[in-house]
Design a protein around this ligand. Structure first.
Ligand SMILES: [Zn+2]
Ligand SMILES: [Zn+2]
Ligand SMILES: [Zn+2]
Ligand SMILES: [Zn+2]
Ligand SMILES: [Zn+2]
Length: 276
């Protein structure tokens, strides 16, 4: 939709009017036949008819182009009144700047930003309203530090409010502690299970080692027994040797040397010895 021609100061060239809405072009586009239209107007038109609305020549969306530069310049320089003129805004500016002004125009109506307030005021009066708005918040003048609605001032009780706040904090804290306790317990549980498992494994290892030690001790004992036997045999042999030597010494020498057979008195074993 174009701009209402009544908002313009001075005359507007016929070529700057939209062929669809007959208002002054807004976001203009041009057809090959050089007729111009507002962007929204011609797009809406071409949904139903594929012809130029002015001369009925065939037309489709892909043929639309930006307005000739000289026409666009003429359009941009047209002087237009602010949309809020009927509310008192006296601003008149070039068409290319009007949207920027209207975004910031003090005569535009806005909602009070305070939650719960439904007051609508002109932007230029918003500050005045905010100072008296019943829904504005302020810090408690008695120093409890809470934000209170202006009209709640009389009912505000610092001690009661703070008590509620403390109760809330306490409940929150208890919740948090309970959560932490539960987490710790579950962690301890899993550690305990782990320890029990480990203990079982270690016990099995200890039993195994004990068995090994017992076997080694038995082997040691039998080795020691064998060693004792061997020593006894050795001692006996030594004794026999000494007896034999004694025996040999007791044999009278006959000046001859030779080999004689000697029989042990104990074991009855015969040994051949050389007598020198
Ligand atoms: Zn239009
Ligand atoms: Zn045309
Ligand atoms: Zn304005
Ligand atoms: Zn308000
Ligand atoms: Zn207070």
């Amino acid at each position: 939709m174009g701009f209402d021609i009544e908002r313009f100061v001075g005359t507007v060239n016929e070529g700057l009017l939209c062929c669809v809405c007959r208002d002054v072009l807004e976001d203009p586009l041009q057809a090959p036949c050089e007729h111009a239209y507002c962007s929204t107007c011609i797009h809406g038109w071409l949904v139903h008819d594929r012809i130029c609305p002015e001369d009925r020549q065939p037309l489709n969306i892909t043929q639309l182009r930006p307005l000739f530069r000289y026409m666009k310049n003429d359009l941009d320089r047209l002087q237009i009144r602010c949309i809020n003129a009927q509310h008192g805004c006296t601003v008149v500016c070039e068409l290319e700047n009007i949207s920027k002004h209207e975004r910031e125009c003090g005569f535009v109506t806005v909602c009070c930003p305070n939650m719960g307030c439904s007051t609508i005021v002109e932007r230029r009066n918003l500050d005045v309203h905010l100072n008296v708005c019943d829904f504005r918040c302020k810090e408690c003048p008695r120093g409890c530090g809470m934000q209170i609605l202006n009209h709640d001032d009389a009912e505000h009780n610092c001690i009661a409010e703070l008590r509620t706040e403390v109760e809330l904090l306490r409940a929150e804290m208890i919740c948090k502690l309970e959560d932490q306790r539960r987490e710790m317990e579950s962690r301890l549980d899993s550690q305990r299970r782990h320890m029990v498992q480990r203990e079982g494994l270690l016990q099995a290892e200890v039993d195994d080692l004990k068995g090994q030690v017992t076997r080694i001790m038995q082997e040691m004992r039998s080795l020691m027994e064998m060693e004792r036997q061997r020593r006894q045999d050795l001692e006996r042999a030594e004794l026999e040797k000494r007896e034999l030597i004694e025996l040999i010494k007791g044999i009278p020498r006959e000046g001859s040397e030779g080999i004689k057979s000697v029989t042990c008195s104990r074991c009855k074993r015969s040994e051949r010895i050389t007598i020198i």
